[in-house]
Design a binder for this molecule. Structure first.
Ligand code: F6P
Length: 341
C-alpha cells in the first residue's frame, strides 16, 4: 500500500480534522502518502484532491470543521457516477480510500465496495449519533455540549421573563442530541422522535410545574419529533439521499403551548451552531484514534469495514452492520430522563 485517499461527506462534525490528522500520522508510520479528496464524493467524481503531507497533521486535531470540505453528493444519483468513482480511484493511483461520514456517505462506501470491490474503509461521523455498529459517532459529544451550554444560557433569559423557552436541536430522526442536552441541562421536558408526545401531554407537565410555583420552563425538542403525528419540514425538497429538511417543530410548540397554557413562550433553533466551533477533548482523542485505526484496517486489507468504538476499544466492523438501520434512543434510556420531567 502506497497511497491512501481520505474524504469527508455529509454534514460536517467536530472531530473530522482529528480523524484526518490520525490518518496522516498513521500513514506516515506505514510509509504511505495521503491524498485528501475534496468535498466528499463530489471530489472523487471530479478528481479534485490535495496532497496531505505529514506537516498538515500539526495541530489539526484541535480545529473544527474539515480541511477537506464536505458535500451531500450521491454518486449513485449521477449518470455513471459509481463507474466514474471507481475509474477515478485508479486514475488518482489510490490503493485505499477512507470515507468519513454518516449513514449516507458510508452507504455509498458500502455499495462501492459491494459493487466493485473498491478498497474502502469507513469512519463513523455524525453529530446525530445514529449510526449502527458503533457505541458512538464522533461529533456527537461536542454537539451535545454546545446545546447544553446554549440551553443553560437560555434558561437565564427564560427566568427573567417568566417564559416558556422551547429549544429545537438537531439529530434528524434520532433523539440522541435532545436527550443528552435535555438531561444535562435539566430541561423540564425533552421530546424525541422515538417517543410520541402530544401538545396536551407536554402542557400537562408544564402546568404541574407552574402549579408548584415555577415561573419559567425549558422544553427541548428534537427537530425530528412528531408532535402532531408528522414531523415538521422547512419545505418539500429532498437532498440527493432523499432526506427532507427538518425544522420548525420548536416554533410549532411555542405557539401551541402558549395557547394551551396562556403562558408566554419563545422558541430558539440551535441549528448548525451545534456543528461549529472546536471539538471537545473526547472528540479530538476519539478522532485521532479512529484515524489511526482506519489506516490499520487499510494496512491489513480489511476492505468494506468501518472503525467502531466498542466500550473503550476501537475495532473494525463490517460496513453492512453500520448502514441501513438507524441507531435510535432505547426506550429505557428515555424513561430515565422522563423521571425528571
Ligand atoms: O446529519 C447532521 C445534521 O446536522 C442533521 O442533524 C440535520 O438535520 C442536517 O444535518 C442538516 O443538514 P444541512 O446543514 O445540510 O442542512
Amino acid at each position: 500500500m502506497k497511497k491512501i485517499g481520505i474524504l469527508t461527506g455529509g454534514g460536517d462534525a467536530p472531530g473530522l480534522n482529528a480523524v484526518i490528522a490520525g490518518v496522516i500520522v498513521g500513514a506516515k508510520a506505514c510509509q504511505c502518502s495521503v491524498l485528501g479528496i475534496l468535498r466528499g464524493w463530489a471530489g472523487l467524481l471530479e478528481k479534485e484532491a490535495v496532497v496531505l503531507d505529514p506537516s498538515r497533521a500539526d495541530g489539526l486535531a484541535t480545529q473544527g470543521g474539515t480541511i477537506l470540505f464536505s458535500s451531500r453528493t450521491n454518486p449513485y444519483k449521477k449518470p455513471n457516477g459509481p463507474q466514474i468513482a471507481r475509474d477515478n480511484f485508479s486514475a488518482l493511483s489510490l490503493d485505499a480510500l477512507v470515507a468519513c461520514g454518516g449513514d449516507d456517505t458510508l452507504g455509498v462506501a458500502h455499495k462501492l465496495y459491494h459493487d466493485f470491490k473498491l478498497p474502502v474503509v469507513g469512519v463513523p461521523k455524525t453529530i446525530d449519533n445514529d449510526l449502527s455498529g458503533t457505541d458512538r459517532t464522533f461529533g456527537f459529544d461536542t454537539a451535545v455540549n454546545i446545546a447544553m451550554n446554549a440551553i443553560d444560557s437560555l434558561k437565564v433569559t427564560a427566568e427573567s421573563h417568566r417564559r416558556i423557552m422551547v429549544v429545537e436541536v438537531m439529530g434528524r430522526h434520532a433523539g440522541w442530541i435532545a436527550l443528552g442536552a435535555g438531561m444535562a441541562s435539566a430541561a423540564d421536558v425533552t421530546i424525541i422522535p422515538e417517543v410520541k408526545m402530544s401538545v396536551s401531554e407536554i402542557a400537562a407537565i408544564l402546568k404541574r410545574k407552574k402549579d408548584l410555583g415555577r415561573n419559567s420552563a425549558m422544553v427541548v425538542v428534537a427537530e425530528g419529533a412528531e408532535i402532531a403525528d408528522a414531523f415538521v419540514t422547512q419545505d418539500k425538497s429532498t437532498d440527493s439521499f432523499g432526506h427532507v429538511k427538518l425544522g420548525g417543530v420548536g416554533k410549532y410548540l411555542e405557539k401551541e403551548l402558549e395557547k394551551a397554557l396562556n403562558w408566554e413562550a419563545r422558541s430558539v433553533v440551535l441549528g448548525r451552531l451545534q456543528r461549529g466551533g472546536v471539538p471537545s477533548a473526547l472528540e479530538r482523542c476519539l478522532g485521532i484514534r479512529f484515524g489511526l485505526a482506519a489506516v490499520c484496517l487499510c494496512r491489513d486489507k480489511k476492505w468494506g469495514q468501518m472503525v467502531s468504538l466498542k466500550g473503550n476499544d476501537v475495532i473494525g466492523v463490517s460496513l453492512s452492520e453500520a448502514v441501513g438501520k438507524l441507531r435510535t434512543v432505547p426506550p429505557a434510556l428515555y424513561e430515565e430522563a422522563r423521571l425528571f420531567f
